[in-house]
Design a protein around this ligand. Structure first.
Ligand SMILES: [Zn+2]
Length: 272
C-alpha cells in the first residue's frame, strides 16, 4: 500500500501565528519540529495499517520545513516546490490514498486559524462557482489520478468547510479550535499525535470507502486577488477573462491544467 502525505503548517496542533509559521521568525524552529512530529504520527498509523511505501510532500512556505533527520525513517520526503506549485505534486496513480495534514480554512473565514488561500493575495478562489480552499483544491489534484483522500487534519473551521467542499468518507482530526485569525484553543500535542496515529490507521482500513474528489470538467475557476493595482498583466494570459478589476476566470480541461493556470496567475499577480 502506497501512501502520499502532504503537510502544511498553519493547521498543525500548536500553531497560531506567523511567529511560528514563517522561517525567519522567532518560534519557527519549534513549529517545524511539531510539524514533523505530527507527520510522523500519521506515518506510524499508516504503517500500522499495512503501508509499505510512504512519500511526504512538504507543502508550506518554502516547502523545506520538515526535519529530515527527525522524519520517520520509513518515509521519503519531497522538499521544495515543483514546477506546478501544487501542494500534492508528486502524487500519481501508484498511490492508494492521500493524507492532508496541517491544512487550514480558506481566506475570509471568521475564526479560522491563519486562514488564507495560498497566500495573503488571494481573497476568493472558486471552482465551478463554489468557494474552495487549499485542501479541496489539493484533493482535486489527487483526484485527477483517482487517488482518494483518507485523512485531513486542521482546526474545526476547516472541518466545517471540507465537510461541504468534499464528498463524504474521509477521516478528520481536529487539531485545535479556531478563535480568531491568530488565536486558537490548543489541544495537548501528545493527544493530537495519538489521535492522528489511530485515525490514520483507521482511515486505511477501508480504501474502497474513501472519497475521490473529481469536480465537473471542464472546470470553471475564478480567482479574486487582494491587490488590484498591478493586475493588468494577468489579463494578458491566453484564455483568461477579467471579470472585474481584481477577479479573473478561466476554464480548465482538468485539474492539472487548473493548477497550471492558478500558479501562473498567482505568480504574475503583484503582492502589493
Ligand atoms: Zn502553509
Amino acid at each position: 500500500m502506497n501512501i502520499f502525505i502532504s503537510a502544511d503548517m498553519e493547521g498543525m496542533a500548536g500553531i497560531v501565528g506567523w511567529h511560528q509559521a514563517e522561517h525567519t521568525e522567532r518560534d519557527y524552529g519549534m513549529a517545524r519540529l511539531w510539524m514533523t512530529q505530527q507527520v510522523n504520527a500519521a506515518i506510524e498509523g499508516a504503517i500500522n495499517a499495512g503501508a509499505t511505501s510512504i512519500l511526504v510532500k512538504d507543502a508550506h512556505e518554502t516547502a523545506t520545513n520538515i526535519l529530515l533527520d527527525k522524519l520517520h525513517p520509513a518515509a521519503e520526503l519531497i522538499s521544495g516546490w515543483g514546477p506546478l506549485g501544487s501542494m500534492v505534486e508528486g502524487v500519481d496513480e501508484s498511490f492508494d490514498a492521500v493524507m492532508l495534514l496541517g491544512y487550514h480554512a480558506r481566506a475570509m473565514t471568521i475564526g479560522g486559524t491563519l486562514a488564507h488561500t495560498w497566500s495573503g493575495n488571494v481573497l476568493d478562489l472558486r471552482l465551478n462557482g463554489e468557494p474552495i480552499g487549499e485542501t479541496a483544491w489539493a484533493a482535486a489534484f489527487a483526484g485527477h489520478f483517482n487517488v482518494p483522500i483518507a485523512l485531513i487534519t486542521g482546526d474545526d473551521k476547516l472541518k466545517e468547510q471540507v465537510d461541504h467542499e468534499l464528498p463524504p468518507g474521509f477521516h478528520y482530526v481536529i487539531t485545535k479550535t479556531g478563535m480568531a485569525h491568530k488565536a486558537a484553543r490548543l489541544r495537548p500535542l501528545a493527544d493530537v499525535c495519538e489521535e492522528i496515529r489511530d485515525t490514520a490507521a483507521a482511515s486505511l482500513a477501508d480504501l474502497e470507502g474513501l472519497p475521490v474528489f473529481k469536480p465537473h470538467l471542464p472546470a470553471t475557476v475564478s480567482i479574486r486577488f487582494r491587490h488590484w493595482e498591478g493586475l493588468d498583466i494577468c489579463a494578458a494570459v491566453p484564455g483568461v477573462q477579467r471579470l472585474d478589476v481584481a477577479t479573473f476566470q478561466f476554464q480548465a480541461a482538468d485539474m492539472i491544467e487548473a493548477q497550471k493556470y492558478f500558479a501562473t496567475l498567482h505568480r504574475l499577480a503583484p503582492r502589493s
